[in-house]
Design a protein around this ligand. Structure first.
Ligand code: PMP
Length: 360
């Protein structure tokens, strides 16, 4: 068996020990005689898995007691609608910061539910930076302020937490959750699709301050009403049980690695290796402003685009997959989430050097 060095933006590589453990437990989970996939979600075995996953996530992120953790479905895209449905709370508008493709999608969807004010936009730099807080025009009457903490396509990440005063800060952390510690108390709500740093696609995690829930629009589907979900331990309907089990194994793996401080150090080292190389090269370019570069998704271009295909083919031959940039921007993108070992990034840099020597 050969495992690829997988730079996919998501669904993305998972830690190998997690996959091995899932394989070992596939037919018979802890002597139950069942796969986790086959268990009743109301049975004591699954309920224990579910409770442990939540407890481990709370411990890893140091989630304060006044925040609910919800296991949902529909992905981050569904949250683009679910957030305004739940958080408008009688208000009529929300503030959004536009930093790229994913915040744009959030903005477009929210417009179905409320007036959307663009508090700041990175359009002037073609979405290669995060607008500094001093440029934001916030409305004190907004229901919330929405940001995308890491733009997976553009490779632009907040390395600071915006102060939004009394207006709750909402963050789409789909592509950087669990990559480093965050002060959850600075946010009203955090959401993330699972398929990058958490586990399999099909699970969405929402962390929400409890005073913000309970005022969903009357049309809100029950399974998308945060309060109803919170009151039912995310089991208003059948939750994505197997995805939650794998997420739980990932949380245990993260604890074994030393938690989020250790992850942050690991991710910083990996990102520095790649960015330092890009900056020293005149063959490759990194389009993103240095201060706002993502530690999870590293877009880069070959100055000579006619070499793109040869670059990707050579990478594939060396076991490196999914390096092609998003179809909307082209070029390359290396996604280096928690599960990517530093050896994988080193292999990429070695290959990039070799390719440059041959074609530069
Ligand atoms: N937001 C961000 C930052 C993302 O990276 C993605 C997926 N790549 C989404 C939203 C959409 O997530 P989903 O496909 O889980 O709905």
């Amino acid at each position: 068996m050969t495992r690829a060095i997988n730079f996919s933006a998501g669904p993305a590589a998972l830690p190998e020990p997690v996959l091995q453990r899932a394989a070992a437990e596939m037919l018979d989970w802890h002597g139950s005689g069942m796969s986790v996939m086959e268990m009743s979600h109301r049975g004591k075995e699954y309920m224990a898995i579910h409770a442990q996953a939540e407890a481990d996530l709370r411990e890893l992120m140091a989630i304060p007691a006044n925040y609910k953790v919800l296991f949902m479905q529909g992905g981050a895209i569904a949250q683009n609608a679910i957030v305004p449905m739940n958080l408008l709370r009688g208000r009529t508008s929300a503030d959004y910061v536009h930093t790229g493709e994913w915040s744009k999608k959030s903005i477009q969807e929210a417009k179905k539910y409320c007036e959307v004010r663009i508090a700041a936009t990175a359009e002037a730099s073609r979405f290669t930076h995060v607008p500094p807080r001093t440029e934001w025009q916030l409305d004190p009457n907004a229901a919330y302020v929405h940001i995308c903490a890491n733009e997976t396509i553009g490779g632009v990440e907040y390395h600071w937490t915006p102060d939004t005063g009394d207006v709750p800060l909402v963050a789409d952390m789909s592509s950087n959750i669990l990559s480093r510690p965050v002060d959850v108390s600075r946010y009203g709500l955090i959401y993330a699709g699972a398929q990058k740093n958490i586990g399999p696609a099909g699970l969405t995690i929402v962390i929400v301050r409890d005073d913000l829930i309970g005022q969903a629009l009357p049309v809100t589907p029950s399974v998308f009403d945060y309060k109803q979900l919170a009151d039912n331990d995310s089991m208003l309907n059948t939750p994505p049980t197997y995805a939650i089990y794998i997420a739980g194994l990932v949380f245990q793996w993260l604890k074994d690695q030393g938690g989020l401080d250790a992850m942050a150090a690991h991710n910083e080292r990996k990102a520095a290796l790649l960015y330092d190389f890009l900056d020293a090269s005149s063959f490759y370019v990194s389009p993103v402003a240095k201060a706002d570069r993502s530690r999870m998704n590293v877009p880069f271009r070959l100055k000579d685009e006619s070499l793109d295909e040869a670059f990707l083919k050579g990478a594939q031959e060396r076991g490196m997959v999914q390096l092609k940039g998003h179809r909307s921007v082209g070029g390359m993108r290396a996604s280096i989430y928690n599960a990517m070992p530093i050896e994988g990034v080193q292999a990429l840099v070695d290959y990039m050097k070799e390719f440059e020597a041959r074609h530069g």
